[in-house]
Design a binder for this molecule. Structure first.
Ligand SMILES: NC(=O)c1ccc[n+]([C@@H]2O[C@H](COP(=O)([O-])OP(=O)(O)OC[C@H]3O[C@@H](n4cnc5c(N)ncnc54)[C@H](O)[C@@H]3O)[C@@H](O)[C@H]2O)c1
Ligand SMILES: [Zn+2]
Length: 459
């Protein structure tokens, strides 16, 4: 009571594009709650509440439901929650809760001592019913996406991997060398085997996948854990999507790119010689465990790649996220991408906004035969997108310091024209109305797009 469930629930529903059901409001609409208490007492109210909660949970449309504070005291509600819901505990101190609701017209908030006793009685029920905890909308979105952001979480990986079945670990040699032992220790007896992928993009080859398929020994109930950057999570996630027609996997991203982008959203992929990410599957990990402390060992050049995605996200949200400490950057960017992907899990609509700057970036990378770091390409791509949008480029220039690259102009233009987002020869771009207001599918005259691309190329 007083934790702000209704306010948070409504905001969460809006973020996820889901209906919102506030159980107390629904009941109140039928009959004033105070009157139900007067005539039938608390049992009458609990019965009514249980019907509403179970009704909302049995609907085909998943919704965000704000439960009344005492709802988890009812057995039927608890078992319905276990079967049908992800239950978030919104924590609040009893003193603060009393300040918010004490003496209001709520029947159970009339006397402070009784209120505190009730809080103590309910506390264990809340703990027991909760699948995760959240204090704000970002936290609730992350929980809904199965994403756990916590410094030091690597050490308690075992608790964070759902179930208690066997686990096989996949990483590359470098990450295994730094974190392999710690993770093996954390997993204890659950760790059945570990596998090493080739470094970088080579991990995402058909040969590398084939070797991994052969090496895996997990059965259907096992969990594959991908520990590393985007190359590891993309390749291992695709192995999990395909092995035995799909097994559970947990992403443990250790690069900034992975923590703000690659390990979120359920896209897994490998490359073909013809192009990147041409083979893949949507296969959302059962949990993503983000430990921002792992970024401490990440080389500066890799951090820079991630910073470009942070700036991209800040332009999409309209907030200078790049000014936050790195933990805050991870939290906010991960929450933003999670919400977009939960609204559009199969990339059929608004998820396209995540391509801001990327049409140009991919063209430059292809023209540079992938010798150009992704972050440098994205920095340039963002610059072009902002110029075409007529939006101030200062943030990109100051934060990412993009420098024109030396690539063949015709090659870059040809690569841009081959981009997946090209429809009928005209590239469709993501631009900004203003920071925080993306415009999708913008078609501009080819000459204008080519001039923007040319401005990114030196010499
Ligand atoms: N699935 C998606 O939605 C998505 C989104 C964005 C990018 N991606 C993919 O991600 C890939 C790029 O990922 P990346 O930039 O993380 O590259 P990466 O996985 O190659 O990692 C970069 C390097 O950092 C090392 N490393 C990783 N964590 C470390 C740590 N904590 N300390 C020290 N070294 C560490 C790795 O060994 C590697 O050498 C690309 O293939 C891209 O296509 C996928
Ligand atoms: Zn990118």
């Amino acid at each position: 009571m007083g934790a702000g469930k209704s306010t948070l629930g409504e905001a969460l529903a809006a973020k996820l594009g889901r209906p919102f059901v506030d159980v107390d409001c629904e009941i109140e609409r039928e009959e004033p709650i105070a009157r139900i208490f007067e005539t039938g007492g608390e049992p009458a109210f609990r019965l009514r509440e249980s019907e509403h909660v179970r009704g909302a949970l049995s609907s085909d449309t998943a919704s965000v439901i704000a439960l009344g504070g005492g709802a988890v005291g009812t057995d039927q509600i608890r078992s319905a929650l276990r079967k049908r819901a992800l239950t978030l505990l919104v924590e609040i101190e009893p003193g603060e809760a009393w300040r918010r609701v004490g003496g209001s017209d709520r029947p159970l908030a009339q006397d402070e001592a009784a209120f505190r006793t009730l809080y103590d009685q309910r506390r264990p029920l809340y703990e027991d019913a909760a699948d995760a905890r959240a204090q704000d909308v970002d936290g609730a979105v992350l929980a809904a996406g199965g994403i756990h952001v916590e410094t030091g979480s690597l050490e308690r990986l075992d608790e964070l991997i759902p179930g208690d079945g066997p686990v096989e670990l996949v990483s590359d040699a470098r990450v295994a060398g730094i974190y392999g032992m710690e993770v093996q220790l954390a997993l204890g007896a659950r760790a059945h085997a570990s596998h090493e992928l080739a470094p970088g993009e080579q991990a995402k080859s058909v040969e590398s996948l084939e070797a991994l398929w052969h090496a895996l020994r997990l059965e259907r109930g096992g969990t594959l854990v991908a520990l590393g950057g985007g190359c590891t999570t993309d390749a291992a996630g695709f192995a999990a999507a395909t092995y035995l027609r799909g097994i559970d996997w947990v992403a443990v991203p250790t690069t900034l790119v992975g923590q703000v982008d690659a390990a979120i959203g359920g896209k897994t992929a490998i490359d073909l010689p013809d192009g990147k990410n041409l083979i893949g599957a949507f296969h959302w990990p059962v949990r993503t465990v983000i430990d921002p402390a792992t970024l401490e060992t990440l080389p500066e050049a890799e951090l820079e790649n991630g910073r470009a995605e942070v700036v991209k996200t800040g332009l999409l949200t309209g907030e200078p996220l790049w000014e936050l400490p790195v933990h805050g950057q991870v939290h906010r960017c991960a929450a933003f991408k999670t919400a977009v992907c939960l609204r559009d899990p199969h990339d059929r609509g608004e998820r396209a906004q995540l391509n801001l700057g990327h049409t140009f970036a991919h063209a430059l990378e292809a023209a540079a035969r992938f010798e150009l770091p992704h972050g440098r390409a994205v920095a340039l791509g963002l610059l072009a997108a902002l110029r075409l949008s007529g939006v101030d480029t200062a943030a990109v220039e100051e934060t990412l310091r993009p420098e024109p690259v030396r690539v063949d102009r015709d090659l870059a233009w040809a690569a841009l024209a081959r981009d997946k987002k090209v429809v009928g020869g005209v590239p469709r771009l993501v631009l900004l109305e203003a920071p925080g207001r993306p415009r999708l599918g913008v078609e501009l005259p080819a000459a204008e797009v080519r001039a923007a691309l040319d401005s990114l190329i030196a010499g």
